[in-house]
Design a protein. Structure first.
Length: 315
């Protein structure tokens, strides 16, 4: 796929998880279904809020659904959107491979899908795939990590879900920078599945086996927060932690001298762009843009953390 850098209920009701118990009504332009992972993660909540707000501004009814990173549940939610006669689907998906069939099914039903945050492994099925430039962002985070570490020391990497393309891309971006420094030694690499609880538990175990670690680089902010909580509980506030996402929680930690840095990916704006492209496609049959669109990430540290709010950086 070429890359465009300009931006970048039916009988199934019992099986459906709603993030909102009511539908939001606009100016009767039709229904936009918004499907994301759990709102327990503030990143995904920001996506849903941003998409819903923009859709209402443009005059659409919305329904907000949560798949909990379960491909089977996601498939059921697609069936719900199709049964409801949605005009478009905004999606942060539950797996690069597992999602292809659901998006194809919606397309066959005449419902276009607009993906955010996570890609799928097939082109030409979704209308848009608007994603953060995860590789570029990971390199920013890794450069900051190496600098704070003084270019040496034992460190740990916490990985995201193996089924998520972003987890692999971020890890590659990290290592393409870190591996240039021979005195940076990775002593443990484990998946915490994007989970704060899992990261806490994994960090406890890793710390017991590797008490001399100097740093932790994490595939997302949620895991970074879990790792930091475990380090604090062990009295290891000296360990350098860097995350990825740009959450308010990590912002607050940075401002308090805890976690050292994160990488902002603009979740709120990404979701709004997807809705705007859906609106244009519904009205004209085209977005005027290529399918895959990348949005660059921004390093967040003590210099600019105070300007960060809900996955957006103030000018």
């Amino acid at each position: 796929m070429k890359i465009n850098r300009r931006i970048f209920m039916s009988g199934l009701a019992g099986a459906v998880t709603l993030a909102s118990t009511t539908l939001s009504f606009g100016q009767d332009k039709g229904l936009i279904a918004i499907i994301t992972p759990s709102h327990d993660n503030p990143f995904f909540k920001a996506e849903a809020v941003g998409a819903e707000a923009r859709a209402k501004e443009l005059g659409y009814e919305t329904i907000t659904l949560v798949h909990d990173d379960d491909p089977n549940k996601q498939s059921e939610l697609f069936d719900t959107a199709i049964a409801r006669g949605a005009n478009a689907i905004i999606l942060d998906n539950a797996g690069a491979d597992a999602t292809v069939a659901a998006v194809q099914r919606a397309k066959d039903a005449g419902i276009p899908s607009f993906l955010i945050d996570r890609e799928i492994k097939e082109a030409g099925i979704a209308v848009s795939q608007i994603v953060s430039n995860n590789y570029q962002g990971a390199q920013l985070g890794a450069e900051e990590f190496v600098s704070i570490m003084g270019e040496k020391g034992n460190y740990v990497e916490l990985l995201g879900r193996e089924a998520d393309t972003n987890a692999g891309i971020r890890s590659s971006g990290y290592h393409d920078i870190i591996d240039q420094y021979p005195e940076m030694v990775m002593v443990a690499q484990q998946s915490a599945n994007w989970s704060q609880t899992e990261a806490f538990e994994k960090m406890e175990s890793i710390l017991q086996a590797n008490p001399d670690i100097k740093g932790v680089i994490s595939g997302n902010d949620t895991m970074a927060m879990g790792a930091w909580a475990a380090l604090e509980a062990a009295g290891r506030n000296d360990v350098i932690v860097v995350g990825f996402d740009g959450s308010n929680d990590v912002r607050d930690s940075i401002l308090k001298g805890g976690i050292k840095a994160t990488v902002l990916q603009p979740a709120y704006r990404q979701a709004q762009l997807a809705v705007e492209q859906a609106d244009q496609y519904i009205r004209t049959g085209s977005t005027g843009l290529e399918e895959k669109q990348l949005m660059d990430c921004v390093l967040i540290n003590g210099d600019n953390a105070s300007k960060l709010e809900t996955f957006a950086l103030a000018d």
